[in-house]
Design a protein around this ligand. Structure first.
Ligand SMILES: Nc1ncnc2c1ncn2[C@@H]1O[C@H](COP(=O)(O)OP(=O)(O)OP(=O)(O)O)[C@@H](O)[C@H]1O
Length: 472
């Protein structure tokens, strides 16, 4: 039911002092309609970051509505632009205030600086994530929102990325040593999943001291898939994660660890170069928080990671998938060959190894999250940050069948119940590759591509260390 219109309120809209009529419609996404002489505006709940009480003027008790305004949003425009706006209003309805009131900056943004003045609130702007919106979002939204909540520019350190190694360097040189010294730190990270993965891998590359304090990440999802953000609920409103950073609470980010046979390498520079992997106990090692995959998924992530494809935003994955499913020479799509063993827990709580008799696979992912993209629900049973690894696999099925199943995943699920699907909770899995062409031995770990050596293997296991928190 609509609330009755609220009487005239004094406020500032579009920079002018005006008498405002406020009208609150409660229809799921509540809309606050503002009308004044010569203008009107509608503020959707989903755009509201919070409402702050103005403390200077106790008599009138005005509030400031902080919101993120989308400037473009249509499926044709892959680049969205955002603006930040704060509106001064009096007489806001009580239920509106109850929904949005902010007591001030949250504790996780109030991290004290070190004795030498170096700051422990970091803003990392990953310039090349997604379609390259992170800098615009920082300039036009985040920096202004932080001022509005009382955090001036000198309270945090801004790190724009200079290369694909920047986030790892910041994590290695600043975040890891200070965490080990027991210093509280928060990183507001404007990036895709890759930025989180770089931080997690760096923090897990060394041992933690007894004083270790888990750094906190506030994520502004600026990537292509943003799987972690879309699966943890922080991207549900229209503020690009800012609402969660201001109002959410930190929770552990579960991770997994992948090990690779010696001789496996990272593929970089659009597949043109290789780089050695970090080694542990004679194996290549890399950690992830979203997905470890082989077959179609790994190939399409790898093929689509080029400057040319990246211009198309999330569509790049579908474009690369189509090319793999319908090869230009008219041949059938590749079916990947290798022995897969699943590690599960039986009814008595004992771990068992279960070999899949069929060695032909079209698609396989082991994942900790439900959604690879906002609308792509690959693992419907996964709950936000539940830490359960699940495998989804399709054996030797046609390209048309794969595309039909992916269509179901785009509509929320059902693909995982297909007769050809295998979908179960696992502790881990192992793949022994039987492919002579290195193209078909590519494994994806959260966007990083590992090329396994011929006759090699890989294993994934749920991680057992709590290393970093995410504000959700
Ligand atoms: N200034 C830069 N120069 C070169 N590479 C950069 C720079 N900034 C970021 N990168 C790289 O760009 C890539 C962006 O990855 P990220 O995961 O953040 O976004 P994405 O791949 O578009 O999204 P998602 O992983 O959510 O699908 C990373 O490999 C990162 O290291």
């Amino acid at each position: 039911m609509d609330a009755p219109p609220v009487p005239l309120s004094q406020g500032i809209a579009r920079g002018s002092d005006v008498g405002l009529r406020l009208d609150l419609k409660n229809d799921g996404d509540g809309i606050l309609a503002l009308k004044w002489d010569g203008g009107e505006d509608q503020i959707h709940d989903s755009q509201v970051v919070g409402v702050l009480q103005e403390t200077r003027n106790k008599e009138v008790q005005p509030q400031w509505i902080l919101r993120v305004v989308p400037l473009h949003s249509s499926p044709e425009v892959t680049k969205s632009m955002f603006a930040f706006e704060s509106l001064r209003v009096t007489s806001l309805p009580r239920n509106y205030l109850e929904r949005h009131m902010l007591p001030g900056a949250p504790e996780h943004l109030l991290v004290p600086p070190n004795a030498d003045g170096s700051r422990n609130l970091h803003v990392v702007v990953s310039i090349r994530s997604g379609t390259g919106q992170a800098q615009q979002y920082f300039d036009d939204v985040l920096s202004k929102a932080l001022v509005a909540i009382g955090l001036d520019r000198d309270t945090y350190h801004v790190h724009p990325t200079k290369s694909d190694k920047s986030i790892m360097e910041i994590a290695e040189k600043i975040i890891l040593p200070r965490a080990n010294q027991g210093i509280r730190q928060t990183i507001v990270l404007l990036s895709g999943d890759g930025g989180i993965v770089d931080i997690v891998n760096t923090l897990l590359s060394a041992s933690q001291s007894d004083e270790y304090i888990k750094p906190i990440i506030g994520l502004i999802p600026m990537g292509t898939g943003n799987a972690l953000a879309n699966s943890s609920g922080l991207n549900r409103d229209a503020t690009s994660g800012l609402g969660r950073i201001f109002r959410g609470t930190p929770r552990n980010i579960p991770s997994f660890t992948t090990r690779f046979s010696l001789g496996s390498v990272f593929l970089t520079d659009e597949g043109r170069k290789t780089e050695s992997m970090p080694l542990q106990s004679g194996c290549g090692i890399v950690h992830g928080v979203v997905v470890c995959s082989w077959a179609l998924h790994a190939s399409l992530v790898s093929d689509s990671d080029t400057t040319e494809y990246r211009k198309f935003g999330a569509q790049r994955f579908q474009m690369a998938a189509k090319e793999l499913m319908t090869p230009a020479d008219g041949s059938a799509p590749h079916v990947y060959n290798g022995k897969i063993t699943l590690y599960k827990t039986d009814e008595r709580g004992q771990e068992i190894a279960e070999e899949i008799p069929d060695t032909k696979t079209s698609y396989i992912v082991a994942t900790l999250v439900s959604n690879f993209e906002e609308r792509l629900t690959i693992s419907p049973a996964s709950k936000p940050l539940d830490g359960q690894l699940r495998v989804l696999r399709f054996g030797d099925i046609s390209g048309a069948h794969v595309l039909r199943l992916m269509g179901m995943a785009m509509r929320g699920g059902g693909h995982e119940r297909d007769v050809m699907a295998q979908y179960v909770a696992i502790n881990g899995l192992k793949i022994q590759f039987d492919e002579s062409d290195s193209r078909w031995r590519r494994v994806c770990v959260d966007g990083k591509i590992v090329q396994v050596d011929e006759g090699g293997w890989m294993e994934v296991r749920r991680g057992n260390k709590d290393i970093v928190n995410l504000v959700v």
